[in-house]
Design a protein around this ligand. Structure first.
Ligand code: AHG
Ligand code: MN
Ligand code: MN
Length: 335
């Protein structure tokens, strides 16, 4: 029938056979995640009208000033996902330690890791922001959850994706069988399939990096970024520079159009020799999505999904996007 879209739940049922892990419990997890995102999207939409812009005055575990919408999104996700009945614990970019599901609430074997609001510095300017999530399963047979249960390679993710609060609200995610994009139809409050089986171009025409930090990069990094600006590159002309400052927005644009996003190591800050972005709640989920869309993601040397974190908030340099662009960048970074 015309005009009737495919919901996420319906899409999961249709593809249940290809995704053996897309069980009823996983569908319930996605349902609660989607409900949380709808609430966050509602607050983002009216952020200018209510006292939810600006700073809370606190500083988070990353040493960053916490904005009210960061806090709001984080609290919504923790509250709702603890009641999803399918998690045993979760980890948030905003919380120093893992967050267990209390004993008085139903639990199961899934682990959720998330960046509740990515691109926070853009909130007050009404620029696109997002939520990034990574879904894993507890593999240890200990009866309780510990930090160790989270410190696993990105290849162990069972699903990953992001919500993008932009001109429309989108959900893009993978369960390991390709990538699908859904757009929220506010008139019915449902995410409907809008971008089936997303594949990213194998070579793009866009590069995204904050060139303000050129003076802090090593020689290999400078050479790599210069390659994308040179008319002698494999494209035969300079790539366009596009940098929004919200990873989810920059990533999503490059996923659809093709291109490479880079956040290199930064020698400026001895606390961040491995750059600013977090492995567990930013790089690993987006690396899963981009590989499922035919792209690639490395830290300049190693495949992101093969990196095993030693700490919950470990940072990692990120080169992610079109396969040929990431391969070239990784070759130049290693030369
Ligand atoms: P978050 O808001 O979750 O802290 O993430 C911000 C990140 C990412 O969204 C973006 O790519 C990057 O910060 C921008 O950093 P710079 O301002 O240093 O370029
Ligand atoms: Mn972020
Ligand atoms: Mn964040």
């Amino acid at each position: 029938m015309e005009g009737i879209g495919i919901t996420v739940t319906e899409h999961l049922l249709i593809h249940q056979k290809e995704s053996p892990m897309a069980t009823g419990r996983f569908t319930r997890l996605m349902g609660e995640l989607i409900f949380s995102a709808k609430i966050i999207a509602r607050e983002v939409r009216k952020a200018g009208l209510v006292d939810i812009l600006g700073l809370t005055g606190e500083v988070n575990v990353q040493g960053e000033a916490v904005r009210k919408l960061d806090d709001y999104a984080n609290n919504i996700l923790i509250y709702r996902m603890q009641r999803a009945g399918v998690l045993c614990a979760m980890a948030s970019e905003e919380n120093a330690d893992i967050i267990e599901v209390p004993d008085n609430l139903p639990k199961d074997e899934y682990l959720l890791i998330f960046d509740p609001l990515d691109g926070s510095s853009n909130i007050d300017a009404n620029v696109n922001i997002g939520t990034i999530f990574s879904i894993r399963k507890k593999t240890s047979d200990r009866p309780y959850v510990t930090l160790e249960d989270f410190l696993h390679k990105g290849t162990e993710q069972v699903a990953a994706g992001y919500f993008l609060y932009g001109s429309s609200t989108m959900l893009v995610y993978t369960t390991g069988n390709g990538v699908n994009g859904f757009t929220l139809d506010p008139s019915v409050g449902e995410f409907l399939l809008s971008h089936p089986d997303i594949k990213t171009p194998e070579r793009g025409k866009i590069y995204s990096v904050n060139e303000a930090y050129t003076c802090y990069w090593d020689e290999a990094t400078r050479r790599t970024v210069e390659y994308f600006k040179s008319p002698e590159n494999d494209l035969g002309k300079p790539y366009s520079s596009r940098y929004i400052g919200s990873l989810v927005a920059d990533f999503h644009r490059n996923l659809i159009y093709g291109g490479i996003f880079m956040y290199p190591a930064d020698k400026r800050d001895p606390a961040k020799p491995r750059g600013k972005l977090r492995l567990l709640c930013e790089a690993a989920p987006l690396a899963f999505v981009v590989e499922q869309a035919g792209g690639a993601a490395t830290d300049g040397k190693t495949r992101i999904l093969d990196l095993k974190p030693e700490r919950l908030h470990e940072r990692v340099p990120l080169f992610i996007g079109s396969r040929k662009d990431v391969e070239k960048a990784t070759e130049l970074m290693s030369s």
